[in-house]
Design a protein around this ligand. Structure first.
Ligand SMILES: [Zn+2]
Length: 232
């Protein structure tokens, strides 16, 4: 039996899942801690965003609100910096770090970052692949028709490629964030630097976990497909 009711599945995916839970716990802990520490300039996230955009010559980018908590993102298609209410209004070290990370994405976009463009271009393929892949695989599995299983794997591997491209994009956005915050004098002391780094590192860890998750699922499918070929 494939998937969730097979103990072998959990043997493959378990470690990645544990890392994902750990990373999410780290994000919450870092946010709870550094969300309470006011930044030295007293600027709320939205103002930090405005200042970083201007200082780095990033014009034509809109800042707008988005619902939810920690839902902040930069949309390269509409050139919009979407900030959650908590991030936009709080003048904390955490809010400053999150905003700077998203401005980092805007800067990647403005400088024509190849990886960012590749990631955006992959989205439609990933959406189709991650829906169709498991279906094709399952049908192939139950029919014991190995070529269909491999076709499913090929579709599903798009999710892995996406996670693989996403990780360097995210790490680069965070390193840009730190550079911009220091250059603008928004981060000066050791405490603020430590806080920003803690928030950004925790976020990066979730992308490492996502990559490991995609890889372990892919390996599980590959193992099933190879085993089915051996049985024939
Ligand atoms: Zn990001």
């Amino acid at each position: 039996m494939p998937f969730y009711w097979n103990p072998i599945y959990w043997l493959f995916v378990g470690p990645a899942l544990l890392l994902m839970l750990y990373a999410q716990w780290r994000v919450r802990t870092a946010y709870n801690k550094w969300g309470r520490v006011p930044n030295r300039t007293g600027l709320p996230g939205a103002k930090v965003a405005e200042r970083l955009l201007i200082e780095n010559g990033l014009s034509g980018i809109r800042i707008q609100g988005i619902g939810g908590q920690l839902t902040d993102n930069y949309d390269p298609r509409s050139k919009t910096l979407n900030l959650s209410q908590g991030t936009a209004t709080q003048s904390s070290v955490a809010a400053m770090a999150i905003v700077a990370h998203e401005v980092g994405h805007a800067q990647q976009d403005a400088t024509g970052s190849l990886l960012l463009r590749l990631r955006s271009g992959l989205v439609p393929a990933v959406n189709i692949g991650s829906q169709l892949g498991p279906i094709l695989f399952l049908v192939g599995f139950f029919l014991q028709f190995t070529p269909l299983m491999w076709l499913g794997i090929a579709f599903f591997s798009m999710a892995f490629v996406f996670a693989l491209v996403t990780l360097p994009v995210e790490i680069d956005a965070s390193s840009r964030a730190m550079k911009m915050l220091r250059a603008s004098g928004l981060v000066t002391g050791e405490t603020e630097r430590r806080g920003v780094r803690a928030v950004l590192t925790a976020a990066a860890l979730t992308y490492v976990a996502a990559l490991l998750m995609a890889l372990s699922q892919l390996l599980y499918y590959v193992t099933l497909a190879s085993g089915s070929r051996r049985r024939r």
